[in-house]
Write a protein that binds this ligand. Structure first.
Ligand SMILES: NC(=O)c1ccc[n+]([C@@H]2O[C@H](COP(=O)([O-])OP(=O)(O)OC[C@H]3O[C@@H](n4cnc5c(N)ncnc54)[C@H](O)[C@@H]3O)[C@@H](O)[C@H]2O)c1
Length: 261
């Protein structure tokens, strides 16, 4: 059982969902963000912290046994911002976790680490990474750092390549990539509860009709998604012309990061 779970990025969309959904599943939730958070309730601790501040992150991780690392810039952005929040921030988090003796980290990676693979390919944890953005590259760094910290220090990580976690799928692409908030939560729970995960890379998608990704190697978790994008298909297909993207990353694979140079 997790005693004290640190959640970074607790003020974001997924962080707010987790705050509500994990209540009672762990003894103490330590919630942190660079932004303001609602005051701590029973079983919670609230700590404001910039992930780029090494000393502050070291203090933040103390006494925690598990971390759900959601804190990041979660969209394509300029490199300097990603460098601070996603690259330096994730390094600071892993160092702090190592020093604190954290047992396991669930790292919110993204499907955009493989976004340049073509639609029609079925990917799994062995597929080569083909990031579609600087954002995707910043998450590749996190996945490699996690590998290093497992091989060298035995610190377990699940690199969870989240698809599109929103209340509903919003467009044609999300008919394939959608991860319902309920399925996200049950997946996080199974990753917290599994006796041993080692270094695990898996995708986060609901039971959508056609899957782009296979998690067969992670069957041992016993996680079964409950939701599917299918009930939303008709409405989305009616209002949106056919998806022209050839790559799984969709818009991120086509937008020019350095437009205007
Ligand atoms: N929601 C999705 O569909 C999705 C898909 C793929 C990956 N992810 C990943 O999951 C995580 C959570 O996603 P989200 O949708 O809740 O994103 P979000 O943008 O809503 O939340 C991210 C949070 O991180 C915080 N943050 C940013 N920089 C920080 C810093 N320097 N120090 C501390 N906190 C900082 C922000 O204030 C924000 O509250 C992110 O890491 C994102 O990359 C999400």
């Amino acid at each position: 059982m997790t005693t004290r779970l640190l959640v970074t990025g607790a003020g974001g969309a997924l962080g707010r969902h987790v705050r509500h959904g994990l209540k009672g599943c762990v003894e103490v939730l330590r919630l942190s963000d660079i932004a303001d958070l609602a005051p701590a309730e029973d079983g919670e601790e609230v700590v404001r912290c910039d992930l780029a501040d090494r000393q502050a992150v070291e203090d933040l991780a103390r006494d925690c046994d598990t971390v759900l690392h959601l804190g990041a810039i979660s969209v394509e952005a300029d490199f300097d911002g990603l460098l601070q929040a996603n690259i330096l921030g994730t390094y600071n988090l892993y160092e702090a976790a190592r020093k604190a003796g954290v047992r396991r980290i669930i790292f919110a990676s993204t499907n955009h680490v493989t976004g340049f693979h073509r639609i029609g390919e079925t990917l799994d944890h062995t597929s080569p990474r083909r990031p579609d953005s600087l954002y995707g590259v910043s998450k590749c760094f996190g996945e490699d750092l996690a590998r290093l910290y497992f091989d060298k220090y035995g610190l377990e990580t699940a690199c969870l390549r989240i698809g599109s976690c929103f209340p509903e799928p919003k467009n044609r692409r999300m008919l394939f990539t959608w991860l319902s908030p309920r399925d996200f939560l049950s997946l996080v729970r199974s990753l917290l509860e599994a006796p041993a995960i080692g270094y695990l890379v898996l995708y986060g998608a609901s039971a959508n009709r056609r899957a782009w990704w296979s998690n067969a190697h992670a069957d041992f978790l016993g996680w079964r998604p409950m939701d599917s994008s299918e009930p939303f298909r008709q409405a989305i297909e009616r209002r949106e012309p056919a998806d022209v993207s050839k790559c799984q990353g969709g818009r991120l694979a086509t937008v020019k990061t350095h437009a205007g140079d």
